[in-house]
Design a protein around this ligand. Structure first.
Ligand code: AMP
Ligand code: MG
Length: 422
């Protein structure tokens, strides 16, 4: 691979990283655990939905022919022979001049071919104490068309039909369809386990007292949250001191994960021990990516004793760089393991209201706030100073500008690309 001195583009880095990942094996998972995962095989309906013709309204099941000519002035009188609730089946046919009082979802009794809703009968006119089903008869005020208010067997799904195709990303509506056909589990590509390790002598876990010169570990938490949002299961490996022993031991703890993500220790000023350990445990390359924030990046694989290769994404230490790098490289990797190809964020054209200066020939992902103006166009305002340690600005932003490598500035009023973050 490439020496650390030469810069590579974001696309090149991403392509190299993605080439390393495959989608993970298929597993059966309970419905509610599959949100955001990908259906691995076509899901076939074992029966029709709805399974029987049934009523879409509360009303009376009738023979439409019996109601011909009915009006408020000349109602048709029908004899009510039964009362049918949803969940029950009536085998006795509805004969000429008869009706069955029926509740939404109840199967249409044989002989009936239409439903007259309560509103088109004298039922609403009856007194509250007059039990309607005991009335024995009903006046119909309006002629019913054949099939009126009937939901037909199989109108949603035919038996044997694929209800959800392989490759579909599971949303709440897919989960509803699975449940509708009686499934409790579905085949999906397994969620990746992402192990997350912070490195650095100065890094302290939140909850511990903060000694002078130390800082709290923001990266493990923000990166874990991003990985979870992408659909991964995360495992926090804690914080490795900048010693060969500690870093080696902590990395080994992540060897059963599908990807190890470390933060810090990949830029030039670091103790060499970090890079040495990472390189010694596998084939790790240290890249310089033509982007800002987040120039240094490490990627490669650790080699386990049993001959496996565990991909390693080494993020820069600055909290904003770390998040932006994970967005651009970690997210696509997780999506690929999940079988998802829709990792690309939406990019819109927006008018910048600030000057965005981009002096050093890298692509500038400046944190910005995108709003829609009254003219229907999008506007971008920078969140303020763009230091890569200013994490609150990441919280304020809902987008990242994409100022190209070869563009030294965008002026107020210029239209620019903005990648939306949520
Ligand atoms: P490094 O990549 O080790 O040179 O770190 C770059 C900057 O990021 C330094 O100011 C570190 O203190 C800071 N940093 C490294 N790791 C973390 C972390 N886990 N949380 C917050 N800041 C960090
Ligand atoms: Mg460091």
């Amino acid at each position: 691979m490439m020496p650390a001195s030469s810069m590579i583009s974001v696309e090149e880095a991403r392509d190299r990283i993605l080439a390393f990942f495959e989608r993970l094996p298929v597993v059966q998972r309970p419905l509610l655990e599959t949100l955001g995962q990908v259906v691995a095989e076509n899901v076939i309906a074992p029966f029709a939905i709805p399974p029987l013709d049934n009523t879409a309204m509360d009303g009376y099941a009738v023979r439409a022919a019996d109601t011909v000519g009915a009006s408020e002035d000349a109602p048709v009188m029908l004899r009510v022979t039964a009362d049918l609730a949803a969940g029950y089946v009536l085998d006795t046919p509805v004969g000429a001049g008869e009706a069955v009082r029926i509740m939404t979802g109840a199967p249409l009794p044989p002989g009936a071919d239409a439903i007259v809703p309560f509103e088109e009968t004298d039922e609403p006119l009856r007194g509250v104490n007059e039990a309607p089903h005991k009335a024995g008869e009903v006046r119909v005020f309006k002629a019913a068309e054949v099939a009126a208010n009937v939901r037909f067997r199989g109108e949603d799904v035919d038996k044997g039909q694929s209800v959800i195709p392989a490759g579909r990303v599971i949303r709440p509506s897919e989960i509803g369809v699975f449940a509708n056909v009686g499934l409790t589990e579905v085949p999906v590509y397994r969620r990746p386990v992402v192990a997350i390790l912070s490195t650095g002598d100065e890094i302290t876990a939140p909850g511990e007292p903060l000694r002078p010169g130390r800082i709290y570990d923001a990266n493990a938490q923000s990166i874990a949250a991003m990985a979870m949002q992408c659909g991964a299961n995360v495992r926090l490996l804690g914080i490795a001191r900048d010693t060969v022993e500690d870093l080696t031991a902590k990395i080994h703890e992540g060897f059963d994960a599908d990807m190890i993500v470390t933060s810090a220790g990949v830029s030039r000023g670091d103790f060499d021990v970090v890079k040495d350990v990472l390189a010694r445990e596998g084939e790790i390359d240290f890249w310089t990516v033509r982007m800002k924030p987040g120039k240094p990046l490490a990627f490669g694989a650790f080699h386990t004793r049993d001959g496996r290769k565990v991909p390693h994404l080494g993020l820069p230490g600055n909290p904003v760089s770390s998040m932006v790098s994970f967005e651009l490289f970690g997210r696509p990797a997780i999506y690929k393991m999940l079988g998802r190809s829709d990792w690309q964020r939406r990019v819109i054209r927006a008018i910048t209201r600030d000057e965005v200066v981009n002096v050093d020939g890298r692509r500038f992902y400046a944190r910005c706030i995108v709003t829609k103006g009254e003219d229907g166009r999008y506007y971008a305002d920078l969140t303020g100073p763009q230091g890569s340690g200013i994490l609150t600005s990441m919280s304020a932003a809902n987008g990242l500008t994409i100022i190209p490598e070869d563009q030294s500035a965008a002026q107020p009023g210029d239209e620019i690309d903005v990648m939306l973050l949520d």
